[in-house]
Design a protein around this ligand. Structure first.
Ligand SMILES: Nc1ncnc2c1ncn2[C@@H]1O[C@H](COP(=O)(O)OP(=O)(O)OP(=O)(O)O)[C@@H](O)[C@H]1O
Length: 301
């Protein structure tokens, strides 16, 4: 395992940061950590990077403490809302980070060209960062994170400042890294993007994991779609029992197992509903996320 945490708990005084987080990330895996604001994502990442000490539990990177220097050299980190030194050029900034990584001159030169080309900033390498747009800054921060050829890369909201083309480019960088065996730990609010790249996800809320698994498994067979005219009272009953979603001329019920379907249908028909269609559907990550965060109907799996 590239990253393994067991019951990792971090309190800030009496305030919970994250609690009992147990998860593992394998080489070449894209692991997405999702959660609303204040859920505990950054707390977990900072603890994994050795920037915060856990209150209890353990976290190992490459089987060792995150504070181990050899481990640190294998890890890249793109923080959220990074502030870059405005007066430096992109090349100067990368040189500075290259020195911190003890990269030999020849390799540093090669890596600077590679990462700036990969992030489409090579042409602008001699311009000061103060002349960069938000998107360029974010791409430069990504270049910094990639400089040391990390085997594990933490990306905190890597595409928040990017336009759609920039987002596609970052997605391509992430999938290229995966192909090279790099593990990516991705914090993102952009669920549709996560859906496109992640192998596994964990959904965290109020410091605790509420749902976790391989993305393909989490999204398969998660609910049913009902098309029909459903009396208000019945609709409200369903809404109180299940997480529901909008569907044209009907509704989606999430987290419904096949065994529950006959009873639901019986209730609907006896209650006066006109049903035209019932079929299973694959939930979108957004629905799974809302279900896990609101904790309805056994989302805590
Ligand atoms: N330095 C701190 N001192 C006290 N409480 C903190 C500190 N940092 C975070 N917290 C609290 O810990 C909880 C988790 O915060 P954290 O920043 O890890 O969430 P997050 O999921 O990264 O949120 P966001 O998506 O908004 O960045 C929150 O309740 C937050 O208020």
């Amino acid at each position: 395992m590239v990253l393994e945490s067991v019951d990792l708990t971090k309190y800030y005084g009496r305030e919970i940061g994250c609690r009992n987080i147990s998860l593992g990330v394998s080489p070449g895996e894209i692991f997405a950590f999702l959660g609303p604001n204040g859920a505990g994502k950054s707390t977990f990442v900072k603890t994994a990077l050795g920037l915060l000490k856990p209150t209890s539990g353990t976290i190992r990177l490459f089987g060792k403490s995150p504070e181990d220097l050899h481990v640190r050299r294998k890890v890249g980190y793109l923080p959220e809302n990074i502030r870059l030194p405005e007066w430096m050029t992109a090349e100067e900034l990368l040189r500075f980070h290259g020195k911190l990584l003890y990269l030999p001159e020849k390799k540093l030169k090669r890596r600077i060209e590679e990462v700036l080309t990969r992030t489409k900033l090579w042409e602008r390498k001699d311009n000061r960062i103060k002349t960069y747009s938000q998107g360029m800054r974010q791409r430069l921060a990504l270049a910094v994170a990639l400089l040391g050829e990390p085997e594990l890369l933490f990306l905190d909201e890597p595409t928040s400042a990017l336009d759609p083309v920039g987002r596609i480019e970052v997605r391509e960088i992430i999938t290229d890294l995966k192909r090279q065996g790099v593990a990516v730990f991705l914090n993102s609010h952009l669920l549709s993007e996560v859906e496109m790249v992640a192998d596994s996800v964990a959904i965290i809320n109020r410091g605790e994991i509420k749902a976790r698994g391989k993305l393909a498994e989490l999204l398969s067979g998660r609910g049913i779609l009902i098309r029909g005219e459903i009396p208000e009272a019945l609709l409200n009953k369903l809404k109180s029992r299940y997480q529901t979603g909008e569907a044209p001329n009907g509704l989606k019920l999430l987290g419904v197992s096949e065994e529950e379907v006959p009873a639901i249908m019986r209730d609907l028909v006896l209650g006066g509903a006109n049903i035209y269609e019932v079929r299973p559907f694959k939930a979108a990550l957004e629905e799974l996320f809302i279900q896990a965060v609101e904790g309805k109907n056994g989302a805590d799996n």
